[in-house]
Design a binder for this molecule. Structure first.
Ligand SMILES: C[S@@+](CC[C@H](N)C(=O)[O-])C[C@H]1O[C@@H](n2cnc3c(N)ncnc32)[C@H](O)[C@@H]1O
Length: 367
């Protein structure tokens, strides 16, 4: 099982990489991985993106051509044996490019779409659910960057929209990098002590970033929620040992989102362990900072600059932005590594970037 999961993960990484290149590179990747493996990856991706939930009664067949062969995948489930409601014929390479390629035109130049009941009069008077199903499936290939984050929060049930109003801030920072093959870790899977519950925001990130590898970490073992492009790990965000094991699995990170316990000491421990493994240009996001003022979460409302609270700690990082201008300052590891801090209601984005612009000329009197 582990070997199969590993193969799929490597296969997806290979396809994502190839989809950023030429059509020939995609064809070569399919040849190397084998058509059945690629068809399985395509099927899982279509299922996730189209999210067909209630449309169980409609059968669609994708006939995917590669070289002289055609491989078929069926949605939403196994073929019933009857003629499918719709058949989509397309080259496998073009579907891979659509699913895993960066932003850009998707001409669907090799696609043929056939409706089984085209001659039926009801097709005009009473459009069938097949139309909606096929549109969702084709949107997964043709418009992978169309859905907004608030819409995806609602679709998957994340409280980042509704209780919080985070999507517009996330989109402000994430839209420009949405089509990159990022590695993303979110602390806090959701569902608390129930191993089978949670994953709303992880599904949202997986859908929002169609080329990314998404990892989730929770103190409750929710590894059963793992699937293609989504790995759920168990561990305590306040334990450096657990976090080292997490990093051994993820490798360098592009984005970390802390939506875990919201206990200040835990936030600081995770930041200390994970910020160093963030890639240059990466973003570290801390959610629900209101708890910095709530004693139940290790916060304080009597003083506002206690560095043991999450917001007090972040305020210190603001001074670090100007570290070259502060005479006699004891250097800190983060001083030269944080290029920006963006504060919003209950939310902060920390930008990892070299911060060594230099102080203004020394002849300007300081005191
Ligand atoms: C607010 S929920 C996460 C919601 C999810 N990110 C979403 O938006 O759908 C917080 C999660 O953090 C987990 N958690 C609590 N303490 C933790 C710790 N010390 N380490 C890791 N996860 C923790 C809880 O089990 C819970 O599932």
């Amino acid at each position: 099982m582990t070997r199969i999961v590993g193969e799929i993960r490597e296969g997806v990484a290979r396809l994502v990489s190839a989809a950023g290149g030429s059509p020939e590179e995609i064809v070569a990747a399919i040849d190397d991985l084998g058509v059945p493996v690629v068809a399985d990856i395509v099927l899982a991706e279509l299922r996730h993106r189209a999210d067909l939930g209630t449309y169980t009664g409609v059968e669609v067949r994708f006939a995917l051509r590669h070289g002289g062969d055609t491989v078929s995948v069926h949605l939403p489930g196994e073929p019933s044996g009857a003629a499918p409601d719709a058949v989509v014929e397309q080259s496998l390479a073009e579907v891979v490019q659509g699913l895993f390629g960066p932003r850009g035109p998707r001409p669907a130049a090799t696609r043929v779409l056939r409706w089984r009941d085209l001659d039926s009069r009801e097709f005009i008077t009473d459009p069938p659910p097949t139309f909606a199903v096929v549109r969702r499936l084709l949107d997964a290939i043709d418009r992978p960057y169309a859905a907004g984050l608030a819409e995806l929060c609602v679709r998957y049930g994340s409280d980042k929209w509704g209780i919080h109003q985070y999507p517009r801030h996330y989109e402000h920072h994430f839209d420009a990098i949405r089509d990159r093959p990022l590695t993303i870790l979110e602390i806090g899977v959701g569902g608390y002590a129930d191993p089978g519950r949670g994953g709303a925001s992880l599904h949202m990130w997986k859908r929002y970033f169609p080329r990314a590898s998404v990892f989730g970490l929770d103190i409750t073992d929710k590894s059963a929620l793992s699937e293609q492009r989504l790995t759920v790990l168990a561990g305590d965000q306040s334990s450096p040992t657990d976090l080292a094991e997490v990093v051994a699995q993820t490798g360098p990170l592009d984005i970390v989102i802390d939506d875990g316990s919201h206990v200040s000491a835990h936030l600081l421990a995770s930041f200390g362990a994970l910020f160093p493994v963030l890639r240059d240009g990466g973003l570290y996001v801390l959610e629900d900072l209101q708890t910095s003022y709530w004693p139940n979460f290790g916060g304080r409302a009597d003083v506002f600059d206690d560095p043991a609270t999450s917001v007090g700690f972040l305020k210190q990082l603001v001074d670090g932005l100007n570290h070259e201008d502060i005479e006699g300052r004891q250097p800190r590891a983060t001083d030269a590594a944080i290029g920006g801090l963006h504060f919003y209601h209950n939310l902060c984005f920390v930008e990892k970037a070299t911060n060594l612009d230099g102080a203004p000329p020394s002849w300007i009197p300081r005191s």
